[in-house]
Design a protein around this ligand. Structure first.
Ligand SMILES: Cc1cc2nc3c(=O)[nH]c(=O)nc-3n(C[C@H](O)[C@H](O)[C@H](O)COP(=O)(O)OP(=O)(O)OC[C@H]3O[C@@H](n4cnc5c(N)ncnc54)[C@H](O)[C@@H]3O)c2cc1C
Length: 475
């Protein structure tokens, strides 16, 4: 112990108050565990402060402005003016409300909150450095620990986030003006959500992506619907190009890219947003002092209860290897770890992890694709319902995309679904539930769905797989 250290003890120490950590801390406290939660920055982590919530708030504003200004067909004539700094303040208000709520919930559940940065001293103690000059430090000894330190943006050579025209997703979400020209490096889900948002807010957007399509990991027909809409919004997309640098010009900046064959291209911009992924935060905590070792990308491996190789130390959320970096995954893992600490017989079953992309239109996926099902040895049967055949989709004037349901032909069990279209992020929940409940196509198809709703398209896709669809031709 260093001079001035105060040592305290806790049954469970949770490091990081993002959706993995704060949820774990609350659930542990609910189970009667003496729990301490340490956070170095802001309650709610990346998700509430710099990720899911502010991005969706901005998307809502951009959609509203864009819709209002593009509804002549319906006889609505408007030319909305977006006050970006007011939109940012509104977004920040939403964030503050939620982060304040997290703090209150933790306190109300009896979680002991500590502000500071944790580093392991050994496998049963951390030192907490409190922020700011002369704030000192303390040692906390623990019986169990949950590491929930999340992730940070990946920086690429030639693009320093400290440079004013270079934006991380966090900078983009704090913008108080809309750049006239924005180059987005990376066509993954964060890059495409923000490209669409800024295009709708009036920026001239160019996306450069090293691969040959946007949204890697999603099926090509799903990505195609989003790409087509992005093109219609005027987003200029260039594939097979890696961003290599930028330089100041009289009028803004010039972003340079390079193809695999060494061909160089240049794009004028006012800002360049780098969104090429995130890496786990495991390198700032002296994890070796606790006997832990991360893999070469920084991830921690865990068992089904989220225990690391050091049995009383758990890891959840973005630091975990093999599970997607998503807020709801972090929270579920947090609950599993907390309940395991409390002695409950729990395990993380990632059979059906839904994911959503808030592009235009949205994407929602869960479970297996047809190809996954084949690879897993099933004989898949697939049903699809296009939104252009949905009455409700047409009444919202958003009828691009489809619902696809994948099931096992023999048993009828629903194995997966892919939705691209209006409210896909909400609709996917029904199919996640279906998979979790072991529902069959028959169960989904024979459930009465309210009319007129987008959810009817889910029912109709299941009917289509059974050869019984009414509003689309059966295969
Ligand atoms: C722009 C953007 C949009 C996103 N949109 C979505 C979305 O729509 N849906 C979705 O599911 N996911 C989304 N994500 C991903 C989501 O934010 C993360 O998956 C989620 O936040 C991970 O939660 P976590 O608890 O593991 O970590 P985090 O939320 O990153 O929280 C970790 C916390 O640990 C703290 N910490 C780190 N080290 C220490 C230390 N040594 N001591 C004390 N505290 C420490 C950090 O300050 C941080 O608050 C988005 C991310 C971004 C960037």
């Amino acid at each position: 112990m260093v001079v001035g250290d105060i040592a305290t003890g806790t049954e469970l120490l949770v490091i990081g108050a993002g959706p993995g950590g704060y949820v774990a801390a609350i659930r542990a406290a609910q189970n009667g565990i003496d729990t301490t939660l340490v956070e170095k920055d802001a309650y709610g982590g990346t998700c509430l402060n710099y990720g899911c919530i502010p991005s969706k708030a901005l998307i809502t504003g951009a959609n509203l402005a864009h819709e209002a200004g593009n509804a002549e067909e319906m006889g609505i004539h408007a030319d909305p003016v977006v006050d970006m700094s007011q939109l940012r303040d509104w977004k920040s208000g939403v964030v503050d409300q939620l982060t304040g709520g997290v703090e209150k919930l933790c306190k109300a559940n009896g979680v002991n909150l500590v502000e500071g940065t944790a580093r392991f001293k050994d496998e049963n103690a951390v030192r907490i450095a409190h922020g700011g000059e002369g704030q000192g430090s303390e040692t906390i000894e623990f019986e169990h620990c949950i590491i929930a330190t999340g992730s940070r943006v990946i920086q690429i050579p030639g693009f320093d986030f400290g440079d004013e025209p270079v934006w991380s997703s966090r900078d983009a979400l704090e913008a108080d003006t809309v750049p006239e020209r924005l180059v987005v490096v990376g066509g993954g889900y964060i890059g495409m959500e923000l490209s669409t948002t800024f295009a709708k807010l009036g920026a001239d957007v160019t996306v450069v992506e090293m691969l040959d399509d946007i949204l890697p990991g999603y099926e090509s027909d799903v990505a195609r619907v989003v790409r087509k809409r992005a093109e219609d919004l005027g987003i200029d997309m260039h594939f097979g190009e890696g961003a290599s640098g930028w330089r100041d010009e009289d009028d803004g900046i010039m972003v340079t890219t390079e193809t695999e064959d060494g061909e160089e291209n240049e794009y004028r911009a006012d800002k360049v947003l780098v969104a090429v992924g995130r890496s786990p935060v495991t390198d700032t905590m002296d994890i070796e002092s606790a006997g832990l070792e991360a893999d070469d990308r920084g991830f921690l491996s865990v068992d089904e209860c989220r225990r690391t190789d050091v049995e009383h130390i758990y890891a959840v959320g973005d630091v975990v290897e093999d599970t997607p970096m998503l807020a709801h995954v972090a929270s579920k893992e947090g609950i599993v770890a907390a309940e395991h600490v409390a002695g409950e017989p729990v395990a993380f079953d990632s059979q059906a992890v839904p994911a959503a992309v808030f592009t235009d239109p949205e994407i929602g996926t869960v479970g297996m694709t047809e190809a996954d099902a084949e690879e897993a040895g099933f004989t898949p049967v697939v049903g699809q319902m296009p939104f252009r055949a949905s009455g409700r989709a047409l009444t919202t004037n958003h009828a691009d995309g489809f619902v696809r349901v994948v099931a096992d032909e023999e048993s009828g069990f629903v194995l997966g679904a892919q939705i691209v279209g209006p409210e896909a992020s909400e609709l996917i929940a029904e199919l996640a539930f279906a998979i979790e409940m072991g529902a069959t196509l028959e169960d989904v198809a024979s459930t009465i769905h309210t009319h007129p709703t987008l959810a009817e398209a889910v029912m109709e896709a299941a009917e289509n797989a059974l050869g019984q669809a009414i509003h689309t031709l059966n295969r």
